[in-house]
Ligand binder design. Structure first.
Ligand SMILES: Nc1nc2c(ncn2[C@@H]2O[C@H](COP(=O)(O)OP(=O)(O)OP(=O)(O)O)[C@@H](O)[C@H]2O)c(=O)[nH]1
Ligand SMILES: [Mg+2]
Length: 360
Protein backbone atom coordinates (compact mmCIF):
# COMPACT_ATOMS: atom_id res chain seq x y z
CA UNK A 1 0.00 0.00 0.00
CA UNK A 2 1.22 3.42 -0.93
CA UNK A 3 1.98 5.68 1.98
CA UNK A 4 -0.11 8.79 2.09
CA UNK A 5 2.35 11.49 3.01
CA UNK A 6 -0.37 14.01 3.70
CA UNK A 7 -2.10 11.86 6.32
CA UNK A 8 -2.77 13.64 9.54
CA UNK A 9 -1.73 10.47 11.32
CA UNK A 10 1.78 10.78 10.07
CA UNK A 11 4.29 13.08 11.55
CA UNK A 12 5.50 15.54 9.01
CA UNK A 13 8.85 17.00 9.55
CA UNK A 14 8.51 20.75 9.49
CA UNK A 15 10.22 23.78 10.88
CA UNK A 16 11.02 23.80 14.57
CA UNK A 17 8.53 25.72 16.62
CA UNK A 18 10.11 28.73 18.36
CA UNK A 19 10.32 28.40 22.15
CA UNK A 20 7.32 30.14 23.76
CA UNK A 21 9.69 31.77 26.27
CA UNK A 22 12.99 33.27 25.27
CA UNK A 23 15.97 31.26 26.41
CA UNK A 24 17.43 34.28 28.18
CA UNK A 25 14.37 35.04 30.32
CA UNK A 26 13.78 31.34 31.03
CA UNK A 27 17.37 31.22 32.28
CA UNK A 28 16.72 34.17 34.55
CA UNK A 29 13.61 32.59 36.02
CA UNK A 30 15.40 29.29 36.62
CA UNK A 31 18.33 31.10 38.22
CA UNK A 32 16.02 33.06 40.52
CA UNK A 33 14.07 29.99 41.53
CA UNK A 34 17.11 27.87 42.15
CA UNK A 35 18.34 27.53 45.69
CA UNK A 36 21.65 29.24 45.08
CA UNK A 37 20.77 32.69 43.88
CA UNK A 38 23.54 34.92 45.19
CA UNK A 39 22.25 36.98 48.06
CA UNK A 40 23.52 40.18 46.44
CA UNK A 41 21.35 39.44 43.42
CA UNK A 42 18.27 38.97 45.60
CA UNK A 43 18.98 42.16 47.52
CA UNK A 44 19.47 44.28 44.41
CA UNK A 45 16.37 42.68 42.90
CA UNK A 46 14.25 43.50 45.94
CA UNK A 47 15.52 47.07 46.09
CA UNK A 48 14.67 47.45 42.40
CA UNK A 49 11.11 46.26 43.14
CA UNK A 50 11.48 42.90 41.41
CA UNK A 51 8.60 40.68 42.58
CA UNK A 52 10.35 37.40 41.75
CA UNK A 53 13.32 38.34 43.94
CA UNK A 54 10.93 39.48 46.68
CA UNK A 55 8.99 36.21 46.61
CA UNK A 56 12.22 34.24 46.63
CA UNK A 57 13.46 36.11 49.70
CA UNK A 58 10.14 35.58 51.49
CA UNK A 59 10.45 31.87 50.79
CA UNK A 60 13.84 31.95 52.53
CA UNK A 61 12.29 33.78 55.50
CA UNK A 62 9.59 31.11 55.71
CA UNK A 63 11.98 28.19 55.37
CA UNK A 64 12.73 25.90 58.29
CA UNK A 65 16.25 25.28 56.98
CA UNK A 66 18.89 27.03 59.17
CA UNK A 67 21.02 27.82 56.09
CA UNK A 68 18.05 29.67 54.58
CA UNK A 69 17.47 31.51 57.83
CA UNK A 70 21.03 32.75 57.74
CA UNK A 71 20.58 34.00 54.17
CA UNK A 72 17.25 35.57 55.09
CA UNK A 73 18.90 37.43 57.96
CA UNK A 74 21.54 38.88 55.67
CA UNK A 75 18.91 40.00 53.17
CA UNK A 76 16.80 41.64 55.88
CA UNK A 77 19.83 43.40 57.28
CA UNK A 78 20.66 44.85 53.87
CA UNK A 79 17.03 45.81 53.28
CA UNK A 80 16.70 47.58 56.63
CA UNK A 81 19.43 49.97 55.55
CA UNK A 82 17.09 51.04 52.76
CA UNK A 83 13.92 51.31 54.84
CA UNK A 84 11.31 53.56 53.31
CA UNK A 85 8.31 55.26 54.90
CA UNK A 86 5.24 53.07 54.99
CA UNK A 87 1.96 52.53 56.72
CA UNK A 88 1.08 49.14 58.16
CA UNK A 89 -2.63 48.46 58.52
CA UNK A 90 -4.09 45.48 60.39
CA UNK A 91 -7.57 44.28 59.41
CA UNK A 92 -9.59 41.80 61.42
CA UNK A 93 -13.15 40.54 61.63
CA UNK A 94 -15.02 37.29 62.06
CA UNK A 95 -15.29 34.88 59.10
CA UNK A 96 -17.79 36.14 56.53
CA UNK A 97 -17.69 39.77 57.61
CA UNK A 98 -16.20 40.64 54.22
CA UNK A 99 -12.45 41.03 54.86
CA UNK A 100 -11.38 39.66 51.49
CA UNK A 101 -13.98 41.65 49.58
CA UNK A 102 -13.04 44.74 51.57
CA UNK A 103 -9.31 44.32 50.92
CA UNK A 104 -9.99 43.93 47.21
CA UNK A 105 -12.00 47.19 47.14
CA UNK A 106 -9.69 49.07 49.49
CA UNK A 107 -6.55 47.81 47.75
CA UNK A 108 -7.83 48.88 44.34
CA UNK A 109 -8.75 52.27 45.76
CA UNK A 110 -5.20 52.67 47.08
CA UNK A 111 -3.41 51.54 43.92
CA UNK A 112 -5.65 53.88 41.90
CA UNK A 113 -4.29 56.73 44.01
CA UNK A 114 -0.70 55.71 43.28
CA UNK A 115 0.01 53.52 46.30
CA UNK A 116 1.87 50.23 46.19
CA UNK A 117 -0.02 47.73 48.28
CA UNK A 118 1.15 44.46 49.81
CA UNK A 119 -1.42 42.12 51.36
CA UNK A 120 -0.21 39.57 53.91
CA UNK A 121 -2.05 37.36 56.35
CA UNK A 122 -1.54 35.97 59.80
CA UNK A 123 -3.74 32.95 59.88
CA UNK A 124 -3.28 30.46 62.68
CA UNK A 125 -5.23 27.83 60.77
CA UNK A 126 -3.13 28.19 57.65
CA UNK A 127 -1.12 25.03 58.14
CA UNK A 128 -4.36 23.14 57.76
CA UNK A 129 -6.07 25.18 55.09
CA UNK A 130 -2.88 26.20 53.27
CA UNK A 131 -3.57 29.87 53.82
CA UNK A 132 -6.95 31.43 53.48
CA UNK A 133 -5.67 34.14 51.16
CA UNK A 134 -4.83 31.52 48.55
CA UNK A 135 -8.43 30.41 48.32
CA UNK A 136 -9.35 34.06 48.61
CA UNK A 137 -7.57 35.03 45.47
CA UNK A 138 -10.87 34.58 43.69
CA UNK A 139 -12.30 37.32 45.93
CA UNK A 140 -9.33 39.50 45.10
CA UNK A 141 -9.50 38.97 41.37
CA UNK A 142 -8.72 42.55 40.41
CA UNK A 143 -6.06 43.11 43.04
CA UNK A 144 -4.21 39.93 42.07
CA UNK A 145 -3.80 41.30 38.53
CA UNK A 146 -2.80 44.77 39.69
CA UNK A 147 0.91 45.42 39.03
CA UNK A 148 0.99 47.74 42.05
CA UNK A 149 -0.29 45.08 44.43
CA UNK A 150 1.42 42.05 45.88
CA UNK A 151 -0.62 39.35 47.62
CA UNK A 152 1.22 36.73 49.63
CA UNK A 153 -0.58 33.81 51.26
CA UNK A 154 0.12 33.44 54.95
CA UNK A 155 3.19 31.61 56.12
CA UNK A 156 2.45 28.29 57.67
CA UNK A 157 4.04 27.25 60.89
CA UNK A 158 3.68 25.19 63.98
CA UNK A 159 3.21 28.14 66.27
CA UNK A 160 1.58 31.54 66.03
CA UNK A 161 4.87 33.04 67.21
CA UNK A 162 6.72 31.47 64.31
CA UNK A 163 4.13 32.62 61.79
CA UNK A 164 4.15 36.11 63.29
CA UNK A 165 7.95 36.40 63.06
CA UNK A 166 7.86 35.39 59.41
CA UNK A 167 5.10 37.89 58.66
CA UNK A 168 6.99 40.63 60.43
CA UNK A 169 10.12 39.94 58.36
CA UNK A 170 8.01 39.76 55.21
CA UNK A 171 6.74 43.27 55.98
CA UNK A 172 10.34 44.53 56.02
CA UNK A 173 11.08 42.89 52.67
CA UNK A 174 7.91 44.25 51.06
CA UNK A 175 8.77 47.74 52.25
CA UNK A 176 12.29 47.46 50.84
CA UNK A 177 10.71 46.42 47.52
CA UNK A 178 8.82 49.73 47.47
CA UNK A 179 5.44 48.73 48.89
CA UNK A 180 4.31 51.73 50.93
CA UNK A 181 0.99 50.38 52.22
CA UNK A 182 1.05 47.03 53.96
CA UNK A 183 -2.24 45.34 54.80
CA UNK A 184 -2.16 42.46 57.25
CA UNK A 185 -5.31 40.41 57.48
CA UNK A 186 -6.27 38.10 60.30
CA UNK A 187 -9.38 36.24 61.32
CA UNK A 188 -10.75 37.71 64.52
CA UNK A 189 -11.24 34.51 66.39
CA UNK A 190 -8.04 33.74 68.22
CA UNK A 191 -4.79 35.08 69.51
CA UNK A 192 -3.61 36.20 66.12
CA UNK A 193 -5.08 39.68 66.30
CA UNK A 194 -2.86 40.47 69.27
CA UNK A 195 0.18 39.45 67.22
CA UNK A 196 -1.03 41.53 64.28
CA UNK A 197 -1.75 44.51 66.51
CA UNK A 198 1.88 44.35 67.62
CA UNK A 199 3.12 44.75 64.05
CA UNK A 200 0.89 47.47 62.63
CA UNK A 201 0.44 51.23 62.96
CA UNK A 202 -3.31 51.19 62.56
CA UNK A 203 -5.91 48.57 63.42
CA UNK A 204 -9.24 48.25 61.61
CA UNK A 205 -12.03 46.07 62.95
CA UNK A 206 -14.68 45.04 60.45
CA UNK A 207 -18.16 44.29 61.78
CA UNK A 208 -21.58 43.72 60.36
CA UNK A 209 -24.88 45.04 61.64
CA UNK A 210 -27.89 43.04 62.56
CA UNK A 211 -26.18 39.92 63.83
CA UNK A 212 -28.24 39.98 67.01
CA UNK A 213 -27.14 42.27 69.79
CA UNK A 214 -24.56 44.57 68.25
CA UNK A 215 -22.14 44.25 71.07
CA UNK A 216 -22.32 40.54 71.59
CA UNK A 217 -19.57 38.25 70.51
CA UNK A 218 -16.88 40.89 70.26
CA UNK A 219 -14.04 40.33 72.57
CA UNK A 220 -13.48 43.44 74.57
CA UNK A 221 -9.75 43.19 73.87
CA UNK A 222 -10.27 43.40 70.13
CA UNK A 223 -12.60 46.37 70.49
CA UNK A 224 -9.97 48.12 72.57
CA UNK A 225 -7.33 47.56 69.91
CA UNK A 226 -9.42 49.06 67.11
CA UNK A 227 -8.60 52.54 65.82
CA UNK A 228 -11.59 52.37 63.51
CA UNK A 229 -14.58 50.06 63.63
CA UNK A 230 -16.08 49.81 60.13
CA UNK A 231 -19.55 48.38 59.79
CA UNK A 232 -19.42 46.58 56.46
CA UNK A 233 -22.26 45.53 54.15
CA UNK A 234 -23.94 48.90 54.62
CA UNK A 235 -25.78 48.56 51.32
CA UNK A 236 -29.35 47.88 50.13
CA UNK A 237 -31.75 47.05 52.93
CA UNK A 238 -28.90 46.95 55.37
CA UNK A 239 -28.07 50.68 55.39
CA UNK A 240 -30.53 51.51 58.15
CA UNK A 241 -29.33 48.75 60.45
CA UNK A 242 -25.72 49.67 59.80
CA UNK A 243 -26.37 53.28 60.76
CA UNK A 244 -28.08 52.11 63.93
CA UNK A 245 -25.16 49.83 64.75
CA UNK A 246 -22.81 52.75 64.21
CA UNK A 247 -24.58 54.70 66.95
CA UNK A 248 -24.39 51.74 69.33
CA UNK A 249 -20.71 51.12 68.70
CA UNK A 250 -19.95 54.79 69.11
CA UNK A 251 -21.61 54.75 72.49
CA UNK A 252 -19.70 51.60 73.48
CA UNK A 253 -16.34 52.93 72.36
CA UNK A 254 -16.76 56.04 74.47
CA UNK A 255 -16.87 53.84 77.55
CA UNK A 256 -13.38 52.50 76.91
CA UNK A 257 -10.41 54.19 78.54
CA UNK A 258 -8.58 56.78 76.44
CA UNK A 259 -5.86 55.38 74.20
CA UNK A 260 -2.16 56.07 74.59
CA UNK A 261 -2.16 57.33 71.02
CA UNK A 262 -4.47 60.18 72.01
CA UNK A 263 -6.73 59.03 69.17
CA UNK A 264 -10.43 58.65 69.78
CA UNK A 265 -11.52 55.51 67.85
CA UNK A 266 -14.11 56.18 65.15
CA UNK A 267 -17.02 54.15 63.88
CA UNK A 268 -17.78 54.28 60.16
CA UNK A 269 -20.01 52.38 57.77
CA UNK A 270 -18.94 50.99 54.40
CA UNK A 271 -19.80 48.56 51.68
CA UNK A 272 -17.05 46.46 50.18
CA UNK A 273 -19.53 45.61 47.42
CA UNK A 274 -20.59 49.12 46.31
CA UNK A 275 -17.38 50.78 47.60
CA UNK A 276 -19.41 53.32 49.60
CA UNK A 277 -17.42 54.59 52.54
CA UNK A 278 -14.08 53.15 51.38
CA UNK A 279 -12.62 56.60 50.66
CA UNK A 280 -13.78 57.84 54.10
CA UNK A 281 -11.94 54.99 55.79
CA UNK A 282 -8.72 55.98 54.03
CA UNK A 283 -9.28 59.65 54.97
CA UNK A 284 -9.70 58.60 58.59
CA UNK A 285 -6.49 56.57 58.44
CA UNK A 286 -4.75 59.68 57.09
CA UNK A 287 -6.12 61.72 60.01
CA UNK A 288 -4.88 59.07 62.42
CA UNK A 289 -1.43 59.11 60.86
CA UNK A 290 -1.11 62.92 60.97
CA UNK A 291 -2.26 63.00 64.59
CA UNK A 292 0.02 60.19 65.79
CA UNK A 293 3.01 61.41 63.81
CA UNK A 294 2.55 64.89 65.26
CA UNK A 295 2.40 63.67 68.87
CA UNK A 296 5.29 61.21 68.49
CA UNK A 297 3.16 58.13 69.12
CA UNK A 298 3.72 56.66 65.65
CA UNK A 299 7.51 56.58 65.93
CA UNK A 300 7.45 55.52 69.59
CA UNK A 301 5.17 52.60 68.87
CA UNK A 302 7.37 51.36 66.05
CA UNK A 303 10.39 51.46 68.36
CA UNK A 304 8.49 49.53 71.02
CA UNK A 305 7.37 47.01 68.42
CA UNK A 306 10.99 46.48 67.35
CA UNK A 307 11.97 45.68 70.92
CA UNK A 308 8.95 43.43 71.33
CA UNK A 309 9.83 41.43 68.21
CA UNK A 310 13.42 41.08 69.28
CA UNK A 311 12.30 39.44 72.53
CA UNK A 312 9.64 37.38 70.78
CA UNK A 313 12.23 36.05 68.35
CA UNK A 314 14.53 35.08 71.21
CA UNK A 315 11.64 33.29 72.96
CA UNK A 316 10.58 31.58 69.80
CA UNK A 317 14.04 30.35 68.87
CA UNK A 318 14.92 29.17 72.36
CA UNK A 319 11.75 27.12 72.46
CA UNK A 320 12.31 25.86 68.97
CA UNK A 321 15.87 24.72 69.66
CA UNK A 322 14.87 23.15 72.95
CA UNK A 323 12.11 21.03 71.48
CA UNK A 324 14.12 20.09 68.39
CA UNK A 325 17.14 19.00 70.39
CA UNK A 326 17.47 15.20 69.88
CA UNK A 327 18.58 14.57 73.49
CA UNK A 328 15.61 16.53 74.80
CA UNK A 329 13.17 14.91 72.39
CA UNK A 330 14.03 11.47 73.79
CA UNK A 331 14.16 12.65 77.39
CA UNK A 332 10.92 14.58 77.12
CA UNK A 333 8.84 11.45 76.56
CA UNK A 334 10.40 9.77 79.61
CA UNK A 335 9.76 12.82 81.75
CA UNK A 336 6.18 13.15 80.58
CA UNK A 337 5.58 9.56 81.59
CA UNK A 338 7.29 10.04 84.96
CA UNK A 339 5.18 13.13 85.68
CA UNK A 340 2.03 11.32 84.62
CA UNK A 341 2.82 8.53 87.09
CA UNK A 342 3.56 11.03 89.84
CA UNK A 343 7.12 9.74 90.09
CA UNK A 344 8.46 13.23 89.63
CA UNK A 345 7.00 16.64 90.29
CA UNK A 346 6.39 18.77 87.15
CA UNK A 347 8.94 21.31 88.40
CA UNK A 348 11.66 18.75 89.11
CA UNK A 349 11.09 17.21 85.69
CA UNK A 350 11.26 20.62 83.99
CA UNK A 351 14.42 21.45 85.92
CA UNK A 352 16.06 18.21 84.88
CA UNK A 353 15.14 18.78 81.21
CA UNK A 354 16.49 22.32 81.22
CA UNK A 355 19.74 21.24 82.88
CA UNK A 356 20.21 18.51 80.28
CA UNK A 357 19.53 21.04 77.52
CA UNK A 358 22.01 23.62 78.73
CA UNK A 359 24.68 20.92 79.21
CA UNK A 360 24.06 19.45 75.76
N1 LIG B 1 -23.95 42.92 50.58
C1 LIG B 1 -22.66 42.84 50.83
N2 LIG B 1 -22.04 41.65 50.83
C2 LIG B 1 -20.73 41.62 51.07
C3 LIG B 1 -19.97 42.79 51.35
N3 LIG B 1 -18.69 42.43 51.60
C4 LIG B 1 -18.64 41.09 51.46
N4 LIG B 1 -19.85 40.59 51.17
C5 LIG B 1 -20.22 39.17 50.96
O1 LIG B 1 -20.01 38.46 52.17
C6 LIG B 1 -19.50 37.16 51.92
C7 LIG B 1 -18.19 36.94 52.69
O2 LIG B 1 -17.21 37.85 52.20
P1 LIG B 1 -15.64 37.57 52.33
O3 LIG B 1 -14.96 38.76 51.74
O4 LIG B 1 -15.29 36.25 51.80
O5 LIG B 1 -15.50 37.54 53.91
P2 LIG B 1 -14.19 37.20 54.79
O6 LIG B 1 -14.29 38.02 56.00
O7 LIG B 1 -12.98 37.32 53.95
O8 LIG B 1 -14.43 35.69 55.17
P3 LIG B 1 -13.35 34.60 55.63
O9 LIG B 1 -12.25 34.60 54.59
O10 LIG B 1 -14.10 33.33 55.68
O11 LIG B 1 -12.86 35.00 56.99
C8 LIG B 1 -19.33 37.06 50.41
O12 LIG B 1 -20.43 36.40 49.88
C9 LIG B 1 -19.29 38.50 49.95
O13 LIG B 1 -19.75 38.67 48.65
C10 LIG B 1 -20.65 44.05 51.33
O14 LIG B 1 -20.10 45.13 51.56
N5 LIG B 1 -22.00 44.01 51.07
MG1 LIG C 1 -11.42 35.98 53.51
Amino acid sequence: MKKNKASALQEVRGVNQPEPVSAASAGNIVALRSRDVPIEQLISGILAGDITALSRAITLVESANPAHLEKANQIIKACLAHARPSVRIGITGVPGVGKSTFIEAFGKFLTASGKKVAVLAVDPSSSLSHGSILGDKTRMEELVKDPNAYIRPSASGETLGGVARKTRETIMLCEAAGFDTIIIETVGVGQSETAVHAMVDFFLLLKIAGAGDELQGIKRGIMEMADVVAINKADGDNVKRATLAKTEFNRALHLFPAKKSGWMPKVLTCSALTHDGIAEIWETIQEFLSATKANGYFEGKRQEQNQFWMLETVNEQLKDRFYHNPIIAAELEKMKEAVRRNELSPFAAAQSLLEKYFKS
